[in-house]
Design a protein around this ligand. Sequence first.
Ligand code: SF4
Length: 95
Amino acid sequence: MSGVGQLLSMCVDYRLDGAACKGRHELFDPCSRDEHRDDFNYRSAAARRVCGTCPVRARCSEVAEGLVVRHRQGTWAGVTYGAFGQIVGGGGPSV
Ligand code: SF4
C-alpha cells in the first residue's frame, strides 16, 4: 500500500462500511458561512431521511458520541448539529 493509501486507511472508520451517505456528503456537511439557513435546514432534513434508511446508523451514533463535541457538526445518525455541537435538527428514533 502506498503512503497515501496508508494515510487514507487511517482516516477511514470501518464501523461505517455500508453507510447510506457514501458519496452524498453535500447533504451532511455543516452549515457554511454563506449558506442561507433555509437551505441548510432543507438539505439537513434530506440528510436525516437518508440516515433513516442507513444500515449502520447505530454504529454511526456511537462514532458521533465519541467525537469531541465541537467536532460534532453537520448531520450524524439522524441528528443535525450546529457550529458548537448543539443539536439543531432531528434526534428522534425515526426522523
Ligand atoms: S446514519 Fe446517516 S450519517 Fe451515519 S453513516 Fe448512516 S447515512 Fe451516514
